[in-house]
Design a protein around this ligand. Structure first.
Ligand SMILES: Cc1cc2nc3c(=O)[nH]c(=O)nc-3n(C[C@H](O)[C@H](O)[C@H](O)COP(=O)(O)OP(=O)(O)OC[C@H]3O[C@@H](n4cnc5c(N)ncnc54)[C@H](O)[C@@H]3O)c2cc1C
Length: 811
């Protein structure tokens, strides 16, 4: 075994082998892959191997489409030996609800560039005649999908990696990761001796948390069981080899042909954890005992759709574990705080489908600094410290698994593991009738039903139509636009950046100029080298060398990770996540100043306390940091309060607002308010694949302040002009309900995708935010939005739709 390598890959499953192959194919020959057993002896060997590109997440679809191209290419060279079976797939609708859900998914997939459509039940049965037509309402047919024999392809990827210069060492376990005093990777220990390296890729499947722990890193991946059974062929009713893979979510199953018989797997409603942590090293080429009681509902579902299964002799029930993340997405990328350590794990029963694409993006990321596909949803840095509670992480993972096949509705909220993180205002919000959703473990008020007891929102709004809370949201919306509203935003991320090097550090990361006087607020993006938006934050200056970076609940961990990835090594900057220490109360509306003035002796007049200023003021005897900002586009203040004093401040402000008709406001109303102002959500509207010039936040980029990450790329884009731009579209009336992801269509062609959408209760229109080719972004341009296969006419408008000159926030 080599004792030095440019890259060491830990794990010889399909993920590790694909990464090794793509690294060598890109010219990085100095790769060692270390595998404790034989190649594929982890989860890969017993995989069913289904590969579908019909996804509604852009990252998943692009990764899986690439996988299919890779597998197809190998099959073209190697024939059957490559193990790729391009039989196509059918995803069935076994109820009108699922048909509706598929309609929506089809539009979302089309918006991502996948040319799919719905077919009728008869056509589906023509493609797969062994299916019963009972309760069949339609299907999506994807002819390019298929399945893979995972062992053959993994070995072929390994063979090619070796031909490209890699060394593959089996029967050897990585036992430690060596770090230098600054936390940088400098090598691995193995049972066959050490290897010096500055780059380790943890592709150790369900053992990945143990490998990460060797470098002191917590990886929230838990091992869940997944089962399938195989039958003998039913005499006279053998399944033809070309039978497509059938997914019948409402019957909980997927089905494919296996030597003329059936292979039936699926997603049990009560999934089981195998191990919360510490999957034994010795668990190599092994399976778990079958759990018949878990599988019974799946078998019943398979019989409903394929009646011949009832007569089939069962050969075996396979129970194999795989590593699952709490949100069911892969965990990819560099690990913040551990330079040189990478992760490609948590494949969550999708590792075969994604392996080709994952291998490619991880190799690009290591060699070029950025992946060519925007994989922010899969970035390992998204996990927050709250997921260190393994039982909680497992509940999240189990619930994702449980709903993997269930029709999902836009207002579904997961229910398991709640409540996990709560605001000190929880009781007050409950008393006001709050209905809570969950984000990053936080209970957050979505809307209020006055006079009702507060409760947790669950999977109870099972509709694509106008939800029951519409009028509550409209009322809260109007309160903010016309009077004043109070919103608990305690879950907002608060990251304190301090130290002698803090200013230089933030100036390098932020596209805006944060070198402003103490007490200033600066809205800014942090960019990657391609100019893409990695973080969208507000920076408050506390003093010469003290700043607070404030960010959204869902992006706190990701932003903290981005900062830590760039932390200078000289110790001149420290970052502390102080999110849990402070509550945040947002007071917004034309009467916000008068309300606050009743609760504080401080001078709130604009000359003393202007827009985008941050001041310490006294409220109810508590020293409160008041920031004059508003995500609703109205006059307003964010009050940052020590956690223990939050109740007192809330009570005082709420009482002060009484005479102005104050209302408690939830996140759903906030969404409609910010849509009218075209304020963006990171992860929906702006992502690492979008630049500030495309997103119309070029006003936050200060090219003249000196160098910052992404500047060169933006200068190039400014010179050539962006090819697409984010614009608001308005759709007439309230006829359809937008949820995001819908295709934007011009002359029958998808030209964009709704990033986020909703109803603007003040402007009286449905609003959709979408990137369109620049030629289509002139205000007044007519386009259409495809909602449930209906083309709804829409018009491009200029942003924002409400208070275009921003006078209301500045008054
Ligand atoms: C029953 C079942 C059916 C499935 N069906 C599908 C499907 O239809 N489609 C799909 O896309 N996915 C499917 N999956 C999921 C898919 O099989 C996995 O996601 C995928 O195989 C994971 O591959 P991997 O390389 O990441 O992990 P693994 O295959 O587990 O490889 C990790 C490797 O790392 C090695 N390793 C661990 N620790 C060390 C160490 N310290 N030193 C050296 N080596 C180490 C292990 O021995 C192992 O070989 C299924 C999974 C199961 C359980």
């Amino acid at each position: 075994m080599r004792n030095e390598a440019a890259v060491v890959v830990v794990g010889g499953g399909i993920t590790g082998c694909s990464i090794a192959y793509h690294l060598t194919a890109a010219g990085c020959r100095d790769v060692v892959l270390v595998e404790k057993g034989e190649l594929t002896s982890g989860t890969t060997f017993h995989s069913v191997g289904l590969v579908s590109q019909f996804r509604t997440s852009p990252a998943d679809m692009l990764l899986m489409s690439y996988s299919i191209r890779l597998y197809r290419g190998l099959a073209a060279e190697l024939g059957d030996a490559a193990g790729w079976r391009p039989v196509g797939s059918l995803r069935l609708a076994s109820s009108p609800t699922m048909l509706q859900s598929l309609r929506r998914s089809v539009s979302r997939a089309r918006a991502l560039g996948l040319d799919v459509g719905l077919i009728g039940a008869d056509e589906a049965r023509r493609i797969c005649p062994m299916m019963s037509g009972e309760g069949l309402y339609g299907a999506v047919h994807v002819p390019d999908d298929g399945y893979l024999e995972p062992n053959g392809i993994t070995r072929e990827l390994a063979r090619r990696a070796v031909a490209g210069g890699a060394e593959i060492v089996t029967g050897t376990r990585v036992t430690g990761i060596r770090l230098d005093p600054r936390g940088r990777v400098e090598g691995v220990e193995t049972t066959a001796g050490p290897i010096r390296t500055e780059c380790v890729v943890n592709a150790a499947g369900q053992w990945a948390p143990r490998v990460a722990a060797m470098a002191g890193v917590d990886l929230p991946i838990v091992s869940l069981m997944h089962q399938y059974l195989v039958t003998r062929p039913v005499p006279g009713q053998e399944l033809p080899r070309e039978t497509p893979v059938v997914r019948d979510p409402e019957n909980l199953v997927y089905v494919r042909e296996e030597v003329g018989g059936y292979l039936i797997g699926g997603f049990e409603p009560q999934p089981k954890v195998w191990r919360l942590d510490d999957v034994p090293w010795e668990f190599t080429q092994q399976l778990l005992p079958g759990k018949w009681e878990l599988f019974e509902p799946l078998l019943a579902g398979a019989i409903r759709r394929f009646p011949a299964v009832e007569k089939a002799e069962i050969l075996h029930l396979v129970n194999g574990p795989d590593g699952f993340t709490p949100d069911g997405h892969y965990a990819l990328g560099p690990v913040p705080g551990r330079p040189g350590l990478w992760v490609a794990a948590g494949m969550s029963i999708n590792g075969i489908a994604g392996a080709g694409g994952v291998g490619r993006v991880v190799a690009e990321w290591i060699l070029e600094g950025e992946p060519s596909i925007d994989v922010w949803e899969l970035n390992v840095r998204r996990f927050g410290a709250h997921l260190g509670d393994r039982r909680y992480a497992a509940e999240k993972a189990r619930e994702v698994y449980r709903y993997y096949y269930a029709p999902q509705f836009p207002c579904d909220e997961n229910e398991w593991g709640r409540p996990h993180r709560t605001s000190p205002l929880l009781d007050r919000l409950l008393a006001l009738g709050a209905v809570f959703g969950e984000r990053a473990g936080w209970e957050r008020a979505h809307y209020f039903v006055p006079g009702s007891p507060g409760r947790r929102q669950g999977a109870d709004e099972r509709t694509w139509e106008r939800p029951s809370y519409w009028e509550h949201v409209a009322r809260e919306h109007r309160a903010v636009r016309e009077r004043v509203g109070l919103l608990d935003m305690t879950s907002f991320g608060k990251l304190d950046v301090t130290g002698a090097g803090a200013l230089v550090f933030l100036q390098r990361l932020c596209a805006n100029d944060v070198d402003r006087p103490t007490g200033s607020l600066v809205y800014t993006q942090c960019l990657n080298a391609r100019g893409g938006i990695e973080c969208d934050v507000t920076v408050t200056r506390f003093g010469d060398s003290g700043f607070r970076v404030t960010t959204g609940t869902g992006s706190t961990a990701s932003d903290l990770g981005w900062l830590r990835l760039h932390l200078p090594e000289d110790g001149s900057v420290e970052i502390a996540d102080v999110t849990e220490r402070h509550a945040v109360l947002s007071l917004w509306g034309p009467d916000a100043r008068r309300t606050l003035a009743t609760a504080t002796p401080a001078d709130l007049s604009t000359p003393v306390f202007p827009y985008l200023a941050s001041r310490m003021i006294d409220v109810a005897g508590v020293e409160v940091r008041a920031n004059r900002v508003s995500f609703a586009g109205e006059l307003g203040y964010e009050l940052v309060v020590p956690r223990e004093d939050a109740g007192r401040v809330w009570d005082r402000v709420f009482a002060a607002g009484h005479e102005f008709g104050i209302e408690p406001v939830g996140y759903y109303a906030l969404n409609t308010l910010r849509l009218e102002k075209c304020f963006y959500y990171w992860g929906d509207d702006i992502c690492p694949g979008d630049t500030p010039l495309e997103a119309n936040v070029g006003f936050c980029v200060r090219f003249d302040k000196g160098d910052f990450i992404g500047r060169d790329a933006l200068l190039r884009q400014r010179a050539s002009g962006p090819e697409r731009k984010l614009v608001p579209l308005v759709l007439g009336g309230e006829a359809c309900v937008l949820w995001g992801g819908e295709a934007v269509v011009v002359e029958g062609r998808a030209v964009g995708r709704v990033r986020s959408g909703g109803y603007g209760h003040t402007v009286g229109h449905n609003i959709a935010l979408a990137y369109l080719p620049t030629a289509l972004t002139r205000p007044g341009t007519a386009v259409a939005v495809e909602a449930f296969e209906q083309l709804v006419p829409a018009e491009v408008r200029s942003a924002p739709l409400w208070d275009p000159r921003g006078e209301r926030v500045r008054t």
